[in-house]
Every structure is written in structure tokens, then in C-alpha cells.
Write a protein that binds this ligand. Structure first.
Ligand code: ASP
Length: 412
């Protein structure tokens, strides 16, 4: 029995669990909440990996790059792709919102009892300051990813600068990174169970009546994400990476399923990193840098959604938008997607930034809050697929990808 279980490739077990989880939840109804703890246990187990995994793989990845120019090159390309895909995604959200007008003719009264998040009072300088950890141990203890990335990068750069003197530490972090990968492999064996429980919980407890009045909005959110995943990313893979698309999806499906069921890019991070390195053959240096950074700042599904919701709100409240408003939405939605943390529901918080920039009442958030999770799952899957796409494209441009490994798309 156990032998049979392990003979099935992990991705097939995960996809099977996802489908069966939905079926079980629909059949079971709200009672499915009783198994949510299995999903929570799985999420805790993958979150446990994040801090040590990022630290060890990033530091050892930078040390493996060997020179700082290469790091600058890889970083610059990744950032350029992050920004370009975010702009394409917001434009897609705006185009769909203009054509299909999800907020027009909506006959719903404002839901009561929904808390409306206020725009964060942090200024741009505060945001920049927050990137630098005052105390790296505290940042790690609090699971703040961006300051951790900055610390790990500086640590890696300092190792390169120290040269021979740092050799024992480099060997140590290399070993640490191998150990963390093995640990990720162990935790990933929990994925089918976690995904099954989470999907059963969502399908069983979600009030589908809440979906109906906003069906158009939900459909547009899903359609936009599908366009990004099935058109925008494949174009990047074909034109920039010049690699076949099908092998990419086969290699990344575990990460997609985890992203979809947890609605958290951070929670999916260890799995994404493993898929990108192990199944798609991207080098440790490029993979750890682009995937860790991408999980926090590259959120194309969220960017598209923020553009869409801004138009939705303007349509509900009959607010006419000018070209300047469109530009403002573009800018704030891009920034919002960068600023959103990779946790469930963070896109909802960023909505306040976008809506307030164009004078649309923040009550708009209350309309979509009830169905946010269902949309969040798809956005997160899009975000994570984007991180992997950028990792492959940058890896290819920097000659840091093993094409044979990519094409064989070995299963974990
Ligand atoms: N939950 C998403 C993520 O973790 C962010 C969002 O709410 O859009 O990627």
C-alpha cells in the first residue's frame, strides 16, 4: 500500500488530493471544517522552513555565483521582469474591467459587519527604512522576509569579499542549504494531505450564495489570472527563455497546488524553490534569489486584481474616471502588488491604497471581502507561477539553467 502510494509521482498525488478535496467538501458541507487542522498543520510545517531555507539557499547561492557583477546582472534582469509583468497584469485588469464592467447593474446592498482596512499610514521613507533589519535575529524571529533577504544578500556578498578566509563558512552554508532542501522534501510529502484538507474546508464552508451576485467579478478574476498564466508567462518562456512551455507546467504543478490551496505565496515558497531548482533545473543562485524575492514583491495576479477592483468600485459608485485616474490606478496597483505580503488576504488590504488614490469609497472593499478567499487562491497561484517564470527566464539569460533537467521535468 505504502509502496503503491510512493510510486505515484508527488504532483499526481497533489492534483488528485485537490480534486478529491473539493468533491469531499461539497459533499460534506460545513462539517469539513473539522479537518482544517490538517491543512493548518501542513501550512505550519512549510512555514517552519522559510527562514532557514531562504537564509541558507540565498547565502550559498550568492557565494556560488562567485562574483558580484553576476549578482547585479541577475538582480537587474529579475527586477525588470517583475516590473514589466506587473504593468502588463494591471493593464489586463483595467482592460477587462472596462470591457466587462463588473460593477454596473449590481443590485446589492453594502454588506454589514465587514471591517474595512484603512490605507497604511506608512510613508515611502518608512517603507525603505523597514527593508533594513535593525536586528537580523528579530527579523527572522518575526518572519519578515524582505529584511531577511537583504541581510542574507549582504552576508553572501561579504563572504565573496572575504575570499579564502570565509571558505569554512561557505562550506557550512552550502551544507545547510542541502540539509534544508532535504527537509523541504520531507515536508512536501505532507502536501497531498494538507491540500486535501484545505480544499475540503473551502468547498465545504464557503457560502456559494455569496458568490452569485458577484459572479462576474469572480469570473473576471479567474479569467484574468488564466490569461496571465496561459498567455503572458508562456510568451516569456518562449521568447526570452526559448524553452518549451509544457515542461514548465509539469515541473511547477506542486507549487501551484500549494499556492492555490493555501492562498499564500510565502507558504508556497519552499515548494516553489524546490520545483524551480529540482524540476526546472535553475541554478541555486538564480532560483533562491528570484523565488525568494518574487514571493514578496512579484504578484501579478494581485496587480491584475487591484486594477479590476478599482474599476469595479468606480462603477458601483458611478464615479467617472479620467486618463489620470487610470494612470494612478496603474501606479498604485503596481506598488500595491509589490507591497502586499505573501499571506492570505493581503491584496485586500492593498486595495485601500488604490481606491483612495482615485477617490473611490473604501466601502468597495466590503463588497468583495466575502468572496476574497476564493479569488485570492487563484491570484496566489498566478503570483507563484510568475516567480517561477522569472526564475526560468533569468536563469536562461544568465546561463544558469540545466536545460536537460528542465526538459525531463523530473518529478519529486
Ligand atoms: N495572497 C496573495 C499571495 O500570497 C496576495 C493577495 O492577497 O493577493 O500571493
Amino acid at each position: 500500500m505504502l509502496k503503491f502510494w510512493f510510486k505515484i509521482p508527488l504532483w499526481q498525488r497533489v492534483v488528485g488530493a485537490l480534486v478529491l478535496g473539493i468533491a469531499a467538501g461539497l459533499f460534506w458541507g460545513p462539517g469539513a471544517e473539522s479537518i482544517k487542522w490538517i491543512g493548518d498543520l501542513f501550512i505550519r510545517a512549510i512555514k517552519m522552513l522559510i527562514v532557514p531555507l531562504i537564509f541558507f539557499s540565498l547565502v550559498s547561492g550568492i557565494a556560488a555565483l562567485g562574483d558580484l557583477k553576476k549578482l547585479g546582472n541577475v538582480g537587474g534582469k529579475a527586477l525588470l521582469l517583475f516590473v514589466t509583468t506587473a504593468i502588463i497584469s494591471v493593464s489586463l485588469g483595467l482592460t477587462m474591467g472596462t470591457i466587462f464592467q463588473p460593477g454596473i447593474g449590481l443590485d446589492i446592498s453594502l454588506p454589514t459587519g465587514v471591517e474595512i482596512p484603512q490605507p497604511a499610514a506608512t510613508s515611502p521613507t518608512d517603507m525603505i527604512l523597514a527593508l533594513i533589519p535593525e536586528n537580523p535575529v528579530m527579523s527572522m524571529a518575526e518572519g519578515q522576509i524582505l529584511p531577511l533577504i537583504i541581510f542574507a544578500m549582504l552576508f553572501g556578498i561579504a563572504l565573496l569579499m572575504a575570499g579564502k578566509d570565509a571558505a569554512p563558512i561557505i562550506r557550512g552554508v552550502d551544507a545547510g542549504s542541502v540539509v534544508m532542501q532535504k527537509m523541504t522534501m520531507l515536508v512536501m510529502e505532507l502536501t497531498p494531505f494538507g491540500v486535501f484538507a484545505l480544499m475540503a474546508w473551502v468547498a465545504g464552508t464557503f457560502g456559494f450564495e455569496a458568490l452569485l451576485p458577484l459572479a462576474k467579478m469572480v469570473a473576471l478574476n479567474y479569467a484574468g489570472c488564466f490569461i496571465i498564466i496561459l498567455v503572458v508567462y508562456p510568451v516569456i518562456l518562449k521568447t526570452i527563455a526559448k524553452l518549451p512551455v509544457i515542461d514548465f507546467f509539469r515541473g511547477i504543478v506542486d507549487a501551484q497546488a500549494v499556492a492555490f490551496s493555501t492562498a499564500s505565496s510565502n507558504a508556497a515558497l519552499p515548494v516553489t524553490l524546490r520545483c524551480v531548482q529540482r524540476n526546472l533545473g535553475v541554478s541555486k543562485s538564480v532560483a533562491s534569489f528570484t523565488v525568494a524575492l518574487g514571493a514578496t514583491i512579484n504578484m501579478n495576479g494581485t496587480a491584475m486584481y487591484l486594477g479590476l477592483v478599482a474599476l469595479f468600485g468606480a462603477q458601483i459608485y458611478g464615479i467617472d474616471l479620467t486618463w489620470t485616474s487610470y494612470l494612478l490606478i496603474g501606479l498604485t496597483a503596481t506598488l500595491g502588488s509589490v507591497g502586499a505580503a505573501g499571506i492570505p488576504g493581503s491584496g485586500l488590504v492593498m486595495m485601500s491604497l488604490v481606491l483612495s488614490s482615485i477617490g473611490v469609497p473604501l466601502e468597495t472593499i466590503a463588497f468583495v471581502a466575502g468572496i476574497n478567499h476564493i479569488m485570492d487562491m487563484m491570484r496566489t497561484m498566478t503570483n507563484v507561477t510568475g516567480d517561477a517564470t522569472v526564475a526560468v527566464a533569468v536563469g536562461r539569460m544568465a546561463g544558469e539553467i540545466d536545460v536537460e533537467e528542465y526538459i525531463s521535468a523530473d518529478d519529486v
